[in-house]
Write a protein that binds this ligand. Structure first.
Ligand code: ADP
Length: 548
């Protein structure tokens, strides 16, 4: 065998500290604005941020934290959380962001499983920390992200973040780390079983930041002002805390108030150009804007993902409010970005209707992610926009193994996402379901997401979930569970009639049930498992007769 001729370029490891160092040096005066838990608005710059991240690194090292140790956060989007992102991973510790909306027992499980040595928390979570502390005896210290004046009354002895930082001078050089060493740890929501940890590396985080910044992805630049509404405890806020410093992008953090009015006011007062979040928060924003009769003056695009963006929402933002909606798909195991629906020059020449249909899908992959759909035997399915299959992915920011689990989740080197999808000839992905949510009617599959999208387009419907209900003849048939808009009226028959001509006849639900609210997971996704349990004994009209 001949020896390969090796390239002769520098082997500089990809380290996350370089992202913040770049912003501090080249965009040092660019602002980071945060609505604080204390109630006011805080402003400083990337230069200040790096300085304080270094002080945090020094403080943690002084507390005896070693590289590789996990440091957890329980915090909203804010500047101190950003300092925690870099002041931990920057010196080789692992930043473990925890979703505070999970059940207390689940959080305790996660902290113990990750073996976190310190936990940094926003003071809104003081009571939560008091109930967690007795269950997490291995945590060496709980650090309140505030100053002495705002320290809450607590049962747990805590350290004060600002006091720890004040004891350090920030004269610290980020060490050069092996790029394969761990950077961030995020647990999946755990809708089934215990949450599982996805442990990112410096290399995967930096490459994902490059990918997320690309022109056909979130395309952050130094002329943008970006508001991450997706929390920093949810898959690293989709990579925004890394992509923003890479692009020298101004950051606006919303803190804990994510209601329509608070978000609208922040977008306007901070001249935000781009934002990102899940459909539920945008529903709140739309409702507020409609009621208040207000419009955007600076926002030009928004990234919507985490669950399917209802076509009706996409149309309203785009056509009524002039904001470009970028539908995106990803998951914790993918750091999270996989695909985004932006149109090529050629696609933008098609009819408005064809363009709209493309935008409603989850889009094309970003360079770095490879995808395929396969049948039950693992055979590749065609990219014709019709064939449904299990979606598999691979790439340098896709998970290889779960943290502290020996068995590999991979199939032939690909990660099975658990999503069911079609891919069309444009390479546009369309997620039709989670594999466990797909409705199998007489051996054929019905996409619950498409059935829901039709219902949500009805003016009287606020939210809808479509679940499988057992049926003696067809095995499963769709049941639609609906929350009506306040003061709106619609009957079961009117809703079912609304489906005529919009989906295949056999996709029309067999029944409609109205409820006051739908169950959601801690990340705002519909909890279909719970819904299926709630309606396990529901008898569909016709099901009894057909059974005999
Ligand atoms: P995130 O919510 O940040 O994407 P999670 O790991 O919590 O990450 O959830 C990932 C799952 O969410 C995906 O596997 C998919 O089922 C669903 N999901 C994410 N984005 C979309 C989308 N745009 N459309 C439909 N489902 C989505």
């Amino acid at each position: 065998m001949t020896t390969p001729l090796l390239g002769q370029m520098m082997d500089v490891p990809l380290n996350v500290s370089s992202l913040l160092a770049h912003a501090a040096r080249h965009f040092g005066a660019t602002e980071i604005v945060s609505r604080r838990i204390e109630g006011d608005v805080h402003r400083y710059t990337y230069r200040d941020c790096e300085q304080r991240a270094k002080q945090l690194a020094q403080a943690l090292i002084a507390l005896g934290v070693q590289p590789g140790e996990r440091i957890a956060t329980l915090a909203w989007c804010g500047y101190r959380h950003l300092e925690a992102y870099y002041g931990t991973a920057g010196f080789g510790a692992v930043c473990h962001t925890i979703n505070p909306r999970l059940f207390t027992d689940q959080i305790a499980y996660i902290i113990n499983h990750a073996d976190d040595s310190y936990v940094l928390f926003d003071i809104t979570f003081a009571a939560l920390v008091d109930s967690l502390a007795p269950q997490c005896p291995k945590v060496r210290g709980w650090i309140a992200l505030t100053d002495e004046a705002h320290l809450p009354q607590m049962d747990t002895p805590v350290l004060c973040y600002e006091t720890l930082l004040a004891a350090q001078d920030g004269a610290y050089d980020w060490p050069v780390l092996d790029e394969r060493s761990a950077s961030y740890l995020c647990y999946t929501s755990g809708t089934t079983g215990n949450p599982k940890g996805a442990l990112y590396s410096h290399r995967s985080t930096v490459l994902h930041a490059f990918g997320a910044s690309m022109p056909d992805a979130m395309s952050f630049s130094s002329s943008d002002s970006v508001l991450p509404v997706v929390p920093m405890f949810h898959v690293n806020a989709w990579g925004i805390p890394h992509a923003a410093p890479l692009g020298g992008t101004r950051l606006v953090f919303p803190g804990k108030d994510l209601d329509g009015k608070s978000l609208y006011e922040l977008i306007e007062s901070e001249r935000v150009t781009c934002t990102a979040g899940v459909p539920t928060v945008w529903l709140g924003l739309l409702t507020y804007m409609k009621q208040a009769g207000v419009r955007f003056s600076s926002l030009n695009r928004m990234v919507v993902g985490g669950s399917a963006c209802p076509p009706a929402m996409l149309r309203i933002f785009q056509e009524d409010y002039g904001v470009r909606v970028i539908h995106a798909w990803g998951m914790t195991e993918m750091s999270p970005l996989g695909t985004l629906a932006t149109l090529s020059w050629e696609q933008a020449q098609r009819t408005p209707d064809e363009q709209r249909k493309l935008r409603e899908k989850q889009g094309h992959v970003i360079f770095g992610v490879d995808m395929k759909i396969v049948d039950a035997e693992g055979r590749d399915l065609p990219w014709d926009g019709v064939a449904f299959g299990d979606l598999h992915v691979r790439g340098p920011w896709v998970i290889d193994r779960y943290f502290r689990k020996d068995d590999s989740p991979l199939v032939d080197g690909w990660f099975p996402t658990g999503d069911v999808a079609t891919i069309d000839k444009d390479g546009f992905l369309n997620i039709t379901d989670r594999s466990k949510d797909v409705i199998k009617s007489g051996g054929e599959w019905i996409s619950s997401i498409e059935v829901e999208n039709v219902a949500i387009a009805h003016p009287a419907v606020a939210e809808a979930a479509c679940i499988a209900c057992s049926h003696p003849k067809w095995t499963e048939r769709p049941l639609l569970v609906v929350v009506k808009r306040k003061d709106a009226q619609v009957t079961r028959e009117e809703l079912l009639a609304f489906y005529q001509g919009k989906v295949a006849k056999w996709w029309i639900p067999d029944d409609v049930v109205f409820v006051d609210e739908l169950p959601h997971t801690a990340t705002g996704k519909l909890q279909k498992l719970r819904l299926r349990e709630m309606f396990r004994d529901h008898v569909l009209p016709g099901a009894v007769e057909r059974a005999v």
